[in-house]
Ligand binder design. Structure first.
Ligand SMILES: Cc1cc2nc3c(=O)[nH]c(=O)nc-3n(C[C@H](O)[C@H](O)[C@H](O)COP(=O)(O)OP(=O)(O)OC[C@H]3O[C@@H](n4cnc5c(N)ncnc54)[C@H](O)[C@@H]3O)c2cc1C
Length: 378
């Protein structure tokens, strides 16, 4: 039995550990991933802010595969031959499967934003983003370097990144004795700030952005990005030496070629069992999947939550047993780090803020990482 896990996202990290624990007789598990490490989204803004080292916020997939007995195949999926039961890779290689599961994430939507690919720093893939951010920091060191920074996207990721970028660039400037007065930061968003959060959470986040000197420009869909500005549908032009794009998630382009049902936005349509609505041997979870019966926003927290039901159902299907439905919780705890030693926690209408919330978030995130870091080969 060949079980092929495509992408080392948050759900698959758990699946790898669980499949090893179950020790399915005759099962051969393969992880296909372009990189031997995967970022843990909750800690990435902390890397940008300089609060975590890069390696603290990445799961070492090579080590995890070694610890769980899975085969690591470095490569990028590009398609699926369902009739031949083969995964197709960008390299031209094929990987036979009996069960295949996708947890390949999403990318910020750039369609409809002219010049985004040429001029914006896109927040995904996160490894590429982190490289480009380091380059931005280097450029900002020059006297004529970028000073007007714009973050596009008013979701939790955009807010955290704007706060983290502001904190880091201003700290660099102060550390190097350059002074931080000539920097300007803006967050531009198509709708209201944090549309899925409560009014109380939004109030606290607005205050944190104001303290950090980040201007918030709402109800301004961005239609174009050029070398020196962000252009909005309402005609506004916001001067920008560097633009970071964290807009709503879009599926990978190659999903368009999959002979599998997808939702209106192009994500893989799955049943409550996390099986494709069109194929019982194909599973999907995390940002790349759309739970048709209970749609949820694209967030790392749901990808993490999908890990246990996905693992259980892959095992059940492999053993010829019926798979079980899963309904993700409707409200989730969202903790937004404000990059000033504090964080804002929100769940439904409740919000709370403080230095202890940041310490709490650190404990939760480090505990998640430790669970998969600590696994050792038998
Ligand atoms: C800057 C930033 C901050 C964020 N902060 C938060 C937060 O604090 N809390 C939160 O809940 N969400 C946050 N998010 C959203 C979060 O990143 C995503 O919702 C989450 O990463 C989704 O997890 P996933 O498992 O679906 O995919 P991912 O974490 O994106 O993992 C996908 C994996 O698949 C691999 N892959 C990609 N393409 C292929 C391919 N073709 N073949 C094989 N492998 C492939 C990738 O290398 C990667 O390892 C943030 C997003 C950004 C950009």
């Amino acid at each position: 039995m060949n079980i092929v896990l495509v992408g080392g996202g948050h759900a698959h990290v758990h699946v790898l550990a669980e499949l090893a624990r179950k020790n399915l007789p005759g099962a051969r598990v393969t992880l296909v991933t372009p990189s031997p490490e995967t970022p843990y989204s909750g800690m990435i803004p902390g890397v940008v802010a300089g609060l975590y080292r890069r390696e603290e916020a990445h799961v070492d997939l090579a080590r995890l595969c070694a610890a769980t007995g899975a085969r690591l195949l470095l490569g990028e999926a590009r398609g699926l031959d369902r009739a031949g039961k083969r995964l197709l890779l960008a390299s031209g290689e094929t990987v036979p499967y009996d069960l295949v599961s996708f947890d390949v994430g999403a990318t910020p939507a750039t369609r409809g934003v002219m010049g985004a690919r040429e001029h914006a720093i896109v927040a995904k893939t996160i490894s590429r983003f982190l490289e480009k951010f380091e380059h931005l920091r280097d450029m900002a060191r020059a006297p004529t370097g970028p000073r007007r920074i714009v973050v596009v996207g008013g979701g939790a990721g955009g807010v955290e990144l704007a706060l983290a970028i502001s904190a880091r660039l201003l700290a660099d400037a102060r550390d190097e004795g350059r002074g931080d007065k000539d920097f300007s930061l803006a967050l531009v968003t198509a709708h209201a700030l944090l549309p899925t959060h409560s009014a109380g959470a939004r109030r606290r986040v607005r205050a944190a952005l104001a303290r950090a000197g980040v201007a918030v420009i709402e109800q301004s869909p961005v239609t174009g990005i050029s070398a020196d500005a962000v252009h909005c549908a309402n005609g506004a032009r916001i001067a920008a030496d560097a633009t970071i794009l964290t807009t709503a998630a879009a599926p990978p382009d190659w999903f368009a070629g999959l002979d599998l049902p997808r939702d209106g936005d192009g994500f893989l349509a799955v049943r409550p069992t996390l099986q494709s609505t069109g194929d019982d041997d194909v599973f999907a979870a995390g940002d790349c999947a759309a739970l048709i019966a209970s749609p949820r926003e694209k967030a790392g927290v749901y990808a993490v939550r999908a890990g246990p039901p996905l693992a259980a159902n892959i095992v059940r299907r492999a053993m010829g047993r019926a798979t079980l439905p899963w309904t993700p919780q409707s409200a989730h705890l969202s903790i937004i780090a404000t990059a000033d030693g504090r964080a804002i926690a929100a769940r439904g209408p409740f919000t709370i803020e403080g230095a202890w919330v940041w310490r709490w978030k650190q404990r939760l995130d480090r505990a998640w990482m430790a669970r998969y870091r600590g696994l050792k080969p038998d």
